[in-house]
Write a new protein. Structure first.
Ligand code: HEM
Length: 408
């Protein structure tokens, strides 16, 4: 399985813990023959080191296989020195202060999602909660995209992020390129509409007005930014949340432990970090060797590709005592779920807040539930690993109604 490892391969997803353990113990720079071949970097210290070697490991392309875009995606595939210029442009938009200011709007979205569930016997918690929250956060709160277009954009972005494992790389790339084009055309219309009707405080209006070295961004650069921010903003968080909501059915004690600490902000902060360590939704990103060198006892040539396996690094016993245990008050917790180095997740504060708000509202107001007897959760592979369908049946809504009332 190690020789065929790929983030797009269902066997790799299903056997991830065993594969990562074997890699860390026996072949920390494992060679996979998938998608033309690459090295899978699995130990914490090597993943961390590689993420900080931007002088010799380029981020373009950042996926294996590559999307095939001729120029780097902004900012995730950019290398120094240009990377910093572009990333800085949106730093304020994703800073802790700005994110805090968006808290009421995010909480209102969570409340609407929960109200939609209330009293119902069944729901799909992946579609209706885990995906809906981060999708609305980025499209509605950040970009001001009208509701009628959310489903279409989600569908198109998923063609890029979650290629069909049954199809060839070529077929998937063709569909992903078409989806990228469709989304760019959509953002072109949105930009035109803002230019005509006046800029607001949304992200696309901001991008249309910022400058690098005295120059406005080109329209292609603005679309390029959106093509990264939207999927990075929803698919990662959605995958984490869907896996967490599934975990509540498999390990009810996790829900109980979280419920016990959810009203204590300090404990909740620690718990959220541990959740990102334990179920990091992004299985790996690529780095491309630009200088011949020895890395982790392996001779690398120009053009060799590495896949940095964040989930494996996060379970490395060299860094984390009892790595396979979910320890909600784990300290220290230098996990790599949000990456590390210059490309460290831009949206980490937003993701953390979404997870926190969801837990605060959901745990008190949604009763326990089980996977629907006639259904099963549907996982997806791809550039994130998560659950696309989570059909559940709820237990008694009356019990939570009473306890929520007491808590207020
Ligand atoms: C639980 C949720 C999330 C996880 C686990 C996550 C994980 C990551 C990781 C591992 C990276 C590093 C990629 C690399 O080194 O090449 C990254 C980068 C990035 N993330 Fe996130 N992410 C999450 C949520 C978000 C959100 C909500 C946004 C909002 C827009 C976002 C935007 C980005 C961007 C733009 C980058 C590229 C930064 C750069 O290249 O400088 N992410 N993320």
């Amino acid at each position: 399985m190690i020789e065929k490892f790929s983030v797009h391969n269902r066997e790799s997803l299903e056997n991830r813990d065993a594969i990562f353990r074997e890699m860390r113990e026996s072949c920390p720079m494992a060679r996979s023959s998938a998608h033309g071949g690459f090295y899978a970097v699995s130990r914490y210290k090597d993943v961390y080191a590689a993420a900080h070697k931007q002088d010799v490991f380029s981020s373009f392309p950042v996926t294996i296989p590559p999307f095939g875009n001729p120029t780097p995606m902004i900012p995730i595939e950019m290398d120094p020195p240009v990377h910093r210029k572009y990333r800085t442009l949106v730093g304020t938009q994703f800073s802790p202060n700005t994110i805090e200011a968006n808290e009421p709007q995010l909480r209102a979205i969570v409340n609407t999602l929960i109200e939609n569930l209330q009293g119902r016997p069944q729901a799909d918690l992946a579609e209706e909660v885990a995906i809906a929250l981060p999708l609305r956060a980025i499209l509605e709160v950040y970009l001001g995209v009208p509701e009628k277009d959310w489903a279409m954009l989600k569908r198109e972005f998923l063609y890029m992020l979650e290629p069909d494992p049954e199809k060839s790389d070529e077929e998937n790339n063709e569909r992903a390129m078409q989806a990228g084009l469709n989304c760019s055309m959509y953002f072109a219309e949105l930009l035109e509409e803002r230019r005509t009707n006046g800029f607001g405080d949304d992200l696309i209006s901001h991008l249309a007005q910022v400058e690098i070295d005295g120059q406005r961004l080109t329209d292609d650069e603005i679309f390029g930014f959106c093509l990264v921010l939207v999927p990075a903003g929803f698919d990662t968080t959605a995958s984490l949340l869907s896996r967490l909501l599934l975990m509540f059915t498999e390990r009810p004690e996790v829900r109980e432990q979280l419920t016990a600490i959810v009203d204590d902000p300090d404990k909740l902060d620690l718990a959220v970090e541990e959740l990102v360590r334990y179920i990091p939704p992004q299985p790996g990103v690529a780095r491309n060797v630009t200088t011949p060198m020895t890395f982790a006892d392996t001779e690398l040539a120009v053009g060799d590709r590495l896949l940095l396996l964040w989930p494996s690094a996060n379970r490395d016993p060299e860094e984390f005592p009892n790595p396979d245990e979910l320890i909600l008050d784990r300290q220290p917790n230098r996990h790599l779920g949000f990456g590390s180095g210059i490309h460290r997740c831009l949206g980490s504060h937003l993701a953390r807040l979404e997870i926190k708000i969801l837990l605060q509202e959901f745990l008190h107001r949604v009763p326990t539930y089980a996977v629907a007897p006639d259904a099963k959760p549907l996982w997806h592979t791809g550039n994130t690993w998560g659950v696309t369908e989570l059909p559940v049946v709820f237990e008694d809504w009356d019990t939570v109604g009473a306890s929520a009332g007491q808590g207020e």
